[in-house]
Design a protein around this ligand. Structure first.
Ligand SMILES: Cc1ncc(COP(=O)(O)O)c(C=O)c1O
Length: 344
């Protein structure tokens, strides 16, 4: 457990003892030459896990999504993207600045755009229009509450996009949470898409790293773009060793985070907090700042004074995320602190 109650994100975790031991004894080599045995093992394990031909280790989820978009598109292409997606909101506009593509906004408040909105978003063949070549999806969907998309809906959307001639990239930063929620093999999602980005540093608890998975030829292009972005690393097996532990051993505990988030949502409701309703909950709880302190920065500052770290997530909106550093007693303590803050 962490010394403090840190609910800002599932990225705040400390590596486990097993991860630290694996890092200390990792066999390494120069990964730009493809010589790092631990990176190679991680890449093969990940590709096999998601049913794709190849995988590539990258330093972050943002780099995984960007190298994927660069590898699927050409300059000036149109990319259909949910306006609530991480790629749209939280990756510094890199698809415009670096990839030079034109993002077309889709409504993804339900966690995934509808088939109708994808059809409507496609540009007609016309000399004036950007050619739409790619759809990006996200599962679980962070900004709509960490909601997991059910396998049937996900595959019908991905299949329809493909039948319209689009490639499909999945930002699967937390796709193992979706698989854990539906108690299913992650391949029910990943085999439906042309590429997927998996974060090791979220609920799986590794200190860094993501994997981009896809076809062999696609990955050759992606390796080039990773190098172009300065993401070719050398003896990075040191970090990949923790990633291997994360991918092999940590998927099985994600449902604990989901139970803790459910408990947290219930406890917050009991003390009068307006928790956002969700059809399905994984490891996130979003809520409206209480009427006692509406300003999100003042509210989080008041909680921090009592040792509780929270993430303001827009105007009068707060996000709390459960993870390996949070157990049931941390959840109970957090709700007590919030109760004290709003009743003082
Ligand atoms: C859904 C989603 N995608 C991508 C990322 C980016 O990952 P990173 O912070 O490793 O760049 C995040 C980070 O929180 C995320 O929540």
């Amino acid at each position: 457990m962490l010394d403090e109650l840190d609910f800002r994100s599932d990225t705040v975790t400390q590596p486990t003892e097993q991860m630290r031991r694996a890092m200390a004894s990792a066999k390494v080599g120069d990964d730009v030459f493809g010589d790092d045995p631990t990176v190679n093992e991680l890449q093969e394990y990940a590709a096999d896990l998601v049913g794709h031909e190849a995988a590539m280790y990258v330093c972050s989820g943002t780099m995984g999504n960007l190298t994927s978009i660069l590898s699927h598109t050409g300059r000036g292409d149109g990319v259909l993207m949910g306006v609530g997606s991480h790629t749209w909101i939280n990756e510094c506009g890199n698809v415009a600045v670096v990839a030079g593509v034109m993002p077309f906004p889709l409504d993804d408040r339900a966690g995934i755009p509808t088939i109708e909105s994808i059809r409507a978003g496609l540009q007609t063949p016309n000399v004036h229009h950007a050619v739409t070549t790619l759809l990006t999806l996200e599962n679980t969907h962070n900004s709509s509450g960490g909601v997991p998309i059910d396998p049937e809906t996900f595959s019908s959307v991905a299949r329809e996009a493909k039948s319209l001639g689009l490639k499909v990239h999945l930002d699967g930063a937390r796709v193992f949470d979706a698989a854990a929620f539906f108690k299913t093999d992650v391949k029910v999602y990943t085999r439906e898409v042309d590429s997927v980005q998996l974060c090791l540093s979220k609920g799986l608890g590794a200190p860094m790293g993501s994997l981009l998975c896809g076809g062999r030829q696609f990955m050759e292009r992606a390796r080039k773009y990773r190098k172009m972005l300065g993401g070719g690393q050398r003896q990075v097996g040191i970090a990949a060793a923790a990633g291997l532990v994360a991918l092999r051993d940590m998927r099985g505990r994600l449902s604990e985070d989901h139970s803790n988030a459910l408990l947290l949502a219930d406890l917050l409701r009991e003390i009068g907090i307006e928790v956002e309703q969700l059809p399905r909950r994984t490891n996130m709880v979003y809520f409206r700042t209480p009427s006692a302190i509406r300003d999100e920065s003042l509210f989080t500052a008041a909680c921090l004074e009592k040792g509780l770290r929270l993430n303001p997530s827009g105007r009068e909106r707060i996000r709390m995320v459960t993870h390996i550093g949070i157990d049931e007693s941390s959840v109970r303590r957090a709700s007590e602190i919030i109760k004290e803050v709003i009743s003082r």
